[in-house]
Design a protein around this ligand. Sequence first.
Ligand code: ATP
Ligand code: MG
Length: 412
Amino acid sequence: MFRMKMDPGAAKVIRALTDAGYKAYAVGGCVRDSMLGKTPHDWDICSSATPEQVLEVFAPERCILTGLKHGTITIKQDGGLYEVTTFRTEGTYTDGRHPDAVAYVARVEEDLARRDFTMNAMAYNEDEGLVDPFGGAEDLLVHRMVRAVGVPKERFGEDALRIMRLFRFAAREGLNVDPETLEAALVLRENLRRISAERIREELLGLLAAGKPGRWLLPEVLTIILPEAMPADACGTERLQKLIDAAPAVREVRLAALLSAAEDVQQVMRRLKFDNKTTAAVSGLVQLQALLPEREAHALRIQARRLIGRSGMERIGQLRDLRAAQRAVGDALPALDGLAETADEVVRQGLCCRLNEMAVGGEDLREELGVMPGPALGALLSKLLERVLTDVTPNEREALLTAARGMMEETR
Ligand code: ATP
Ligand code: MG
């Protein structure tokens, strides 16, 4: 019998349910990941017990009811949380996104049949071992491929998000895709238009987090979910796929690589409902993607200080990594390692790069020079910062006040 290292908390929850006379198994991702020798990040449990029956087995203070309408109760056990979901089937999908109705069923095999891929349709407990009616273990370990449960066209027709999930799992685990499953995914790809932007975004991020997702960024799918990033020809697609693979699996860098040819990065990211912080980071990277480093040491240091002030150290590191990927695919652009190293040095030396690091602020200019708050004060501060960044004026209070007085004289 196949033996799996069970999470002790999950084993206890399963034991409590089986002791009460119900069927219960660890299911889905945790079984798959265990089989791959990875430590699962969560342990989902499926059971013949209805939610009401689950509530009878566990004390009320151990039950969280937020998932009740999906037939899920979350159990607190040993400091962890375990979702227990009643065996269920999903009826027809008229909208290609949500089942019209869900119904509880008696057997785990029926529950497994509603799941997307054979490797995700396995269940396990310590008494019965592996329940694998669709050959998930063989697909995963022998054929090394992702295969739809049942008839692929039907499964993707029910829920088009599975098309994205297919590529995500293939990329993440370095697997192939069963040819019939791949064909069905491509035939039905138009259905992705019905999937919400949020769900597409999350699957896309999952795909981009894989080691080498390039080969699964298929132009047939890209043209639907990200037409703005679509290269003009096969050559461009190949370059884009290589660029993504060459970039480190850091969300912002991978997104910038993906969107490097988009005309309006912000618009694309708003459409996919990305948060403002990520949107700003990615559009910043794309904007700076062709940045040329200054050659001369002093100019390079000024450039580094400006960049730290405007974009921050994290972005500079990401920019260097994006550039390394661009160079790896043959772009004739200079490396940014020197710029990044100079930026590190600037930070080590504690040099001023931003307004709030200057030895004088708005308050000082008001008190010492009588400049009233407003655009003129802002402009004066910017000019002072410029002098500090370019080493014209040292970042010292007296020197800056003197410089400020001089500049005010000039404007008078
Ligand atoms: P991950 O490690 O990314 O969380 P996972 O397999 O646990 O992978 P989840 O999205 O957490 O994926 O879903 C848990 C399980 O639910 C899956 O293993 C699969 O059996 C089933 N499942 C999830 N989404 C779908 C779907 N869209 N269609 C069919 N089954 C699904
Ligand atoms: Mg999961």
